[in-house]
Write a protein that binds this ligand. Structure first.
Ligand code: ARG
Length: 294
């Protein structure tokens, strides 16, 4: 049974005591075949005049294929779930679940439209040997690895508390995953999932958007990591914190986050810049487009 850790004093030792685990070797991606923006459920989905962003489906497919090919090039296996029509956000495979060894926690999406995605993912998992675990009715919302981010090299989770995931979810999740959870409160509607404002790179390094968190949560993050980069406002808005570092070395990141990319190089990481601009029109980038499979 994992515990909930909320104080800066306890966080370093929590990380150091968490069981070790290997790097990510396999991800699940969801086809972008029906990806579009149909209604604005986060602030990024509207243009400057309040209209809905317009997705170019050809470019979206090219960008998604390039992300898939990049994973394969760095020796990560990619499984793909096909998308049914009528579910415009289906491709954001981070959100419908949290995959665990042999099991999967099935999300309770915060918005009605996205709830319909979940059974398709549950079906895929069941067919691929993962036993589904459902969140109890007392938990209003839980959006998978949009808010549950596993610590690199350790079996330990960072948990966003905000518009998409209820605080009560973490007690339950710590029990199911048998892992400690460090909950963090999100306070800015633009950073509606934890994966929009915190990117974990290796055991002691991370990127974050300081203003996205309340004071207590910021203090916990600052106590936990030796090498912490506060991304600029421009890089935060360019989804720099939605990067994915699967192996404590390569960092798949939206192109154009110059300050963050320079910091990554100087810290010894290998940034791989990708164009996810079509998905940014829906409020997502690299990290949201996949689920790490154990
Ligand atoms: N339009 C989607 C939503 O608002 C984007 C999800 C992006 N996923 C993420 N993990 N940040 O739900």
């Amino acid at each position: 049974m994992g515990k909930i850790v909320t104080t800066p004093d306890a966080v370093r030792s929590t990380v150091e005591r968490a069981p070790q685990r290997g790097p990510c070797r396999r991800v699940l991606m969801a086809s972008p075949a029906h990806f579009t923006v149909e209604s604005a459920i986060n602030p990024w989905m509207q243009d400057g005049s309040g209209g809905l962003n317009h997705v170019d489906p050809v470019r979206a497919t090219e960008q998604w294929n390039a992300l898939r090919a990049t994973y394969e090039r760095i020796a990560i296996r990619v499984d793909v779930i096909e998308a049914p029509p009528g579910l415009p956000d289906f491709c954001f495979a981070a959100n419908q679940s949290v995959a665990l060894p042999g099991r999967v926690v099935i999300s309770r999406m915060a918005t009605e439209g996205r709830r319909r995605e979940v059974p398709y993912f549950e079906h895929w998992y069941t067919a691929h040997g993962f036993a589904p675990v459902h969140v109890p009715d007392t938990i209003e919302r839980f959006e998978g690895t949009g808010d549950a981010i596993i610590h690199p090299g350790r079996r330990l989770y960072w948990g966003g508390v905000g518009p998409r995931t209820s605080e009560a979810a973490w007690e339950f999740f710590a029990g199911v995953a048998d892992a400690d959870v460090i909950p963090l409160k999100l306070v800015d509607p633009r950073f509606y999932h934890l994966d929009t404002c915190l990117s974990l790179l290796d055991e002691r390094s991370a990127l974050y958007v300081p203003a996205a968190f309340d004071h207590a949560s910021r203090a916990v993050i600052e106590a936990a990591f030796e090498r912490l980069h506060a991304v600029s406002d421009a890089d935060a808005a360019n989804f720099a914190c939605n990067a994915h570092c699967p192996d404590s070395r390569h960092v798949l990141i939206q192109q154009g986050s110059r300050g963050t990319t320079a910091w990554l190089k100087q810290a010894g990481f290998v940034p791989i810049e990708l164009d996810t601009s079509e998905f940014m029109k829906s409020g997502g980038s690299v990290f949201c487009l996949k689920q790490e499979l154990p």
